[in-house]
Design a protein around this ligand. Structure first.
Ligand SMILES: *Cc1c(COP(=O)(O)O)cnc(C)c1O
Length: 597
């Protein structure tokens, strides 16, 4: 029914364990296409809908009834409304992000877990950057087989949550993906587990996406299919699927495959562009697109051949190009995909500089759902404002043009913007550059004041800090902030193994009060001191307190948001500063001043 061969030599291989790959290079499953031909009635086949079960004759499984399926595949092919026109092409998005676990991996996992089960595996072990783990854990649950997962530290938490929920056992490795892959293989070898991941059987599942694309386009072959590449298994699957359809005479040519990688993890693309026959691994990788951050792609050779054999191309992109493209796809098409899928449109734009794409039929593969890694978007986004629960505050923001500004910005947010207090004119310009909004003079004044306070703490101001400051200033709401309540000074003392003590001097309605307090931490002590200073008459209740650290480093800026209640009225306040106490005080003042007088 099928044979296993070494991919490079094409010589038969075999194994007495459940590790289906060579030490030197990948193996390949060769399905008997003559047999497939005898099993499918082509007219009937063409007319039936693209369900996973339709492609069963193409898969290396013993009995159709054994197939462990969660109705993967049959993902939508969506015609572009806006972006295709921009490059003059007939553009489609293949929504592989709509699989049962939110990535294309489910096609391969269904096949791998079926094979593992048919071969009587007692457990599977898999290395992953996240999506592979989520998918394997899901299908292992469906197959009722234990699943062990090795991931490099730093995998997005939403993917880890999926694995945990499916009952997979995660081990985080203090190394990169390839360390995890090496360990998974050794563990499978020593413990007799099935080695799941980017190996021979997975390609067989992946290739069904190519069948579907052809089926969904009513057998019109696309000119280009654009596929993000990590280990290269997915693009190898597309190449194989198109080739099998071609060999069966279902289509008369195959599409050119365009492989896309991040510049910081450009292995296959770099080797292709140098005209090499082998992929040269990298010693380290660096990209926000974690799903394609692979230093030594397991199916690199197959992917490279896919580009050469189909007359394709390789495109590498910066993180910024990918982020912008991901955002455009969301904004312009309503398609929120993981960064790797977002990269495909940027890749096409780059390709269009050297290749005429006018009138071409093109399919971009959306590998994973945008929800899989929301942090990439949150990193570039302007935090949405928090306002008092009155529509007047919303209207005031609206009237001030707040919503005409950007909600995302693609500047290098770690870059230093100010080390000395800038002039109001420079400030105004900086705001315009960053957010495309014109701030009213009184708000510029407020930004100026905050910038000055930061610099007094001895901190230079980066783009990220500045964004927080502008945000904080614009959020000071329409409510006429008369500074009824004001913290004049504070002092917090803390040390090892003793309770922090705080004292504050506040001014309320021009009257000065003092208070002292202790707490379990410095902020807690401060709030106690504020409570004592306010006394019975000005009593408040702290109902929520949130800290958000938006940059990295010991001098990171903290963003504090809190809620106060007085006589049944709840108000919110926010503050930013490199000093958590200061940020808390600013948030407190803002919330307190919002109480009705
Ligand atoms: C796995 C994955 C890739 C890379 O696919 P390979 O088969 O490793 O080349 C790209 N994007 C997403 C979202 C993925 O999950």
């Amino acid at each position: 029914m099928y044979r296993l061969v070494d991919y490079i030599t094409q010589k038969p291989v075999s194994t007495d364990n459940l590790v289906f790959t060579g030490l030197e290079g990948p193996w390949e499953v060769k399905v008997d296409l003559d047999r497939v031909k005898s099993l499918v009635n082509h007219d009937y086949f063409r007319a039936s809908p693209p369900l996973a079960s339709k492609y069963l004759p193409f898969l290396p499984i013993q009995k159709y009834g054994n197939f462990i399926s969660l109705k993967e595949g049959n993902t939508p092919l969506i015609q572009s409304r806006v972006l295709g026109e921009k490059i003059g092409a007939d553009l489609y998005f293949k929504m592989e992000s709509k699989g049962p676990t939110g990535s294309f991996k489910d096609r391969g996992s269904a096949v791998e877990l079926t094979v593992a089960k048919e071969k009587g595996a007692k457990a599977i072990v898999v290395a992953s950057t996240g999506n592979m783990a989520a998918s394997c854990a899901c299908y292992a649950a469906a197959a009722q087989i234990p699943c062990f997962v090795f991931v490099p530290e730093g995998v997005p938490s939403s993917k880890l949550a999926q694995v945990i929920s499916y009952g997979g056992r995660i081990v985080q490795i203090k190394g990169n993906y390839n360390d995890a892959a090496r360990m998974a293989r050794e563990a499978a070898d020593k413990l007799g587990f099935y080695l799941a991941g980017d190996y021979a059987f997975r390609v067989e599942g992946a290739k069904t996406a190519a069948f579907e694309v052809i089926d969904q386009l009513y057998y019109q072959v696309p000119d280009y299919v654009v596929v993000p590449m990590g280990c290269g298994t997915n693009i190898a699957g597309y190449a194989k699927g198109f080739e099998e359809y071609h060999r069966l005479g279902f289509i008369d040519r195959v599409p050119a495959l365009i492989g896309v990688q991040a510049e910081g993890a450009s292995t296959i693309v770099a080797s292709f562009n140098r005209g090499e026959k082998e992929v040269t691994p990298l010693s380290s990788v660096s990209t926000l697109a974690s799903a394609i951050a692979i230093a030594d792609p397991l199916d690199g050779k197959k992917a490279l051949d896919a580009l050469y054999n189909t007359g394709g191309a390789g495109i590498a992109l910066t993180d910024r190009e990918m982020l912008e493209s991901q955002y455009m796809m969301s904004r312009e098409e309503g398609i929120f995909t993981e960064l790797s899928g977002g990269a495909t449109y940027a890749a096409l734009r780059k390709l269009s500089e050297t290749t005429d794409l006018k009138g071409k039929r093109i399919v971009c593969v959306m590998c994973g759902d945008g929800l899989k890694d929301p942090t990439t978007v949150l990193k570039i986004s302007v935090k949405p404002p928090s306002i008092q629960p009155t529509v007047d505050d919303f209207i005031s923001l609206y009237d001030r043009g707040f919503f005409e500004g950007k909600t995302v910005s693609f500047v290098d947010r770690t870059e230093t913007l100010f080390t000395d207090t800038p002039s109001p004119k420079d400030l105004k310009l900086a705001v315009k550059n960053l957010l495309e909004i014109e701030l009213a003079p009184e708000l510029i004044g407020r930004v100026h004041e905050l910038v000055d306070k930061f610099l007094k703490k001895g901190k230079s101001i980066s783009y990220a800090d500045f964004q927080d400051i502008v945000q904080d200033a614009t959020e000071v709401t329409a409510v006429d902030q008369k500074r009824f309540f004001h913290v004049k000074d504070f002092d917090v003392k803390t040390g090892k193994d003793r309770q922090p003590k705080a004292s504050v001097v506040i001014e309320v309605d021009k009257e000065e009060h003092q208070g002292k307090g202790t707490g379990v931490g410095p902020v807690d002590a401060l709030i106690a001191a504020l409570r004592n200073a306010c006394g019975e008459k000005l009593r408040f209740e702290l109902t929520s307190y949130d800290v958000n650290i938006r940059s990295q480093g010991a001098d990171a800026v903290v963003y504090v948001e809190l809620k106060l209640r007085q006589n049944g009225v709840v108000t919110v306040g926010a503050g930013v500063s490199p000093d958590i106490i200061q940020a808390s005080i600013e948030a407190f003042e803002e919330a307190y001043n919002a109480f009705p007088k």
